[in-house]
Design a protein around this ligand. Structure first.
Ligand SMILES: Nc1ncnc2c1ncn2[C@@H]1O[C@H](COP(=O)(O)OP(=O)(O)O)[C@@H](O)[C@H]1O
Ligand SMILES: [Mg+2]
Length: 169
């Protein structure tokens, strides 16, 4: 947890060492899906990934960006009911790529949107022993790459997180 907090601080202060490589977004999604394979299987949750393979590269630190997706996909799995599918959709938007991660879980806690990405925030729907740092780290990584993450509830239930990263130019 201390390591996570230090990481947020380093990212926000710009003192974090960051590689600058061209990275294919599909590689980032694949690494997160692979890392969560056992956890997803145990939870009876599957991933449906589309549109990522066609996306152009972004520029940045592949390990940090992989962690960003891992944190968001980890939450999606944790909050999904057994038998559900987590949909990951890649799309291009202006000078950016957007990867949407949609689950069929409980949705975001009431009024949580503004606090989700704060350090230590854990909603009343928080599960198991998280520290409330996953989204703070993910947001700090996105912002360190000139990007962002937003969250919204989906009509009919569940949450959708949209990760936006500028294209490598
Ligand atoms: N996919 C999701 N569906 C519903 N709520 C979510 C989802 N992802 C995150 N949250 C909410 O945001 C809070 C913060 O998430 P996070 O920073 O990853 O911390 P943690 O996973 O340790 O609780 C969670 O405790 C939960 O309330
Ligand atoms: Mg989490």
């Amino acid at each position: 947890m201390v390591e996570g907090l230090l990481q947020v601080a380093r990212l926000e202060s710009g003192t974090q060492q960051m590689a600058r490589e061209d990275v294919a977004p599909s590689r980032l999604v694949e690494s997160a899906v692979t890392a969560l394979d056992v956890q997803a299987r145990d939870a009876g949750v599957r991933f449906d990934v589309a549109g990522a393979a066609e996306l152009p590269s972004v520029r940045g630190d592949p390990d940090k960006l992989a962690q960003l997706f891992l944190n968001v996909l980890d939450n999606a799995v944790k909050h999904s009911p057994r038998g559900a599918t987590v949909h990951v959709r890649g799309e291009r938007d202006d000078g950016a790529v957007v990867v949407r991660v949609r689950d069929a879980g409980s949705g975001l806690p009431e009024g949580a949107q503004a606090r989700l990405f704060q350090r230590f925030y854990r909603g009343e729907n928080a599960l198991r022993n998280g520290a409330g740092l996953g989204l703070a780290i993910a947001q700090a990584i996105a912002q360190a790459h000139g990007g962002s993450i937003t969250a919204a509830n989906v009509d009919g239930g569940g949450a959708e997180f949209a990760v936006r990263l500028p294209l490598a130019t």
